[in-house]
Design a protein around this ligand. Structure first.
Ligand code: SF4
Length: 364
């Protein structure tokens, strides 16, 4: 988007770009593999200090990257955890001072990191702390990867490892498409993080051209849609993006994705008392997704200071789920996670820092 990115770091390079740059300086392909391993398998914060590093590689790092390739890409400035230790949130400071959030969640037998893709967000979803703070800039691929690095370091310290990624932290992934796909390609590269594409989910609020591109490029990741409403009137009141790409266009794009990929589409629905939690909404949802291989994940609203809505009561959430399931649509209620660490998207950052800039207009 319009705000210039800070200087590139070594982490912004894809494996192929790293190989090409090394080759241009007369280094061998094996040097790219060993450097990649140091960065993303051993998680070395200072690869140039590793004793066994080949001297030509040491010289190359010093010559081309100086201090910008290492910890200066992004550093953890705060880390907090929920009382049950199952949700941990990190604030990362980027090289230009922007602060982003990454959340690490533990489930039986697996850990998931929720990543940010932008500093702030222009989408303006009314119940979201990030939407309330406005848009600053896109993250670079290396800044998205830095979040995986720090999540992996955090887990490795306890003898655990990261298995899943969800891209539903700060920002709209399809508004930063190229950097997101480059970061995911690096995250699945072997050797390195070696994450399975099937364990990665990209979640959009409904940027239809992004869904179409994602489909046509046959990206191997799961698609999630933050739906939250089943009529245009209800949805536009919660998500301004719906005025640009209404439900008919969004569902058409989802059907295109499902038909081309053969995969299920996951729909997220934040339950807000009196806004989108009626049984009529549930019935419309069933109608809307008819014929689509879909799964609906419900979550009760995590309240934010800038939105007056309140969470649906547990019993009403159960009734909503039952109505959806009765219509033949798979539906689950996700656990209320990490309330004591402000685990909702952008909440901790909003608590720690002032609002940045007004939300900008959606793209034409
Ligand atoms: S919910 Fe996602 S897309 Fe909407 S404002 Fe928040 S970060 Fe942006």
């Amino acid at each position: 988007m319009d705000t210039p990115c800070p200087p590139a770091s070594l982490y912004d390079l894809s494996f192929a770009q790293m190989q090409a740059r090394l080759a241009a300086d007369g280094l061998k392909p094996v040097h790219a593999t060993s450097l990649w391993k140091l960065l993303y398998a051993r998680l070395e914060p200072r690869p140039e200090a590793v004793e066994e590093l080949a001297p030509p590689l040491k010289r190359w790092l010093a010559k081309h990257w100086g201090a910008t390739y290492g910890g200066h890409n992004a550093e953890v400035c705060e880390r907090i955890e929920s009382s049950d230790r199952q949700t941990r949130k990190m604030l990362l400071r980027l090289s230009d001072g922007q602060i982003i959030e990454t959340v690490v969640m533990g489930y039986p037998g697996r850990f998931t990191a929720c990543l940010s893709t932008q500093a702030g967000c222009a989408m303006g979803c009314v119940f979201c702390a990030t939407g309330q703070m406005g848009f600053v800039r896109n993250l670079r691929a290396g800044e998205i990867l830095a979040q995986i690095l720090e999540a992996q370091r955090l887990l490795r310290a306890d003898g655990n490892f990261l298995r899943n990624l969800v891209l539903m932290g700060m920002g709209e992934p399809f508004q930063n498409y190229d950097a997101v796909m480059q970061a995911l390609s690096a995250a699945t590269h072997s050797p390195g993080f070696c994450l399975g594409p099937a364990h990665i989910s990209v979640s959009t609020v409904g940027v239809v051209p992004g869904i179409v591109r994602f489909t046509e490029e046959r990206q191997p990741y799961s698609l999630g849609i933050s739906l939250h409403a089943s009529s245009d009137q209800e949805r536009s009141a919660l998500l301004p993006v719906n005025q640009r790409w209404p439900l008919s266009e969004l569902i058409k794009a989802c059907k295109y994705y499902a038909a081309r990929s053969g995969r299920r589409v996951f729909f997220g629905w934040t339950l807000i008392h009196g806004r989108n939690d009626s049984l009529e909404s549930a019935a419309r949802l069933v109608e809307l997704l008819k014929g689509l291989d879909a799964h609906v994940n419900l979550i009760r609203l995590n309240a934010t200071a800038g939105f007056e809505g309140v969470s649906t009561a547990a019993a009403a959430a159960d009734a909503f789920r039952a109505a959806v399931q009765a219509g033949g649509l798979p539906c689950t209620i996700r656990q209320y996670r990490g309330i004591d660490v402000a685990a909702g998207c952008g909440q901790l950052r909003a608590e720690r820092l002032p609002r940045q800039s007004p939300a900008k207009a959606l793209p034409a």
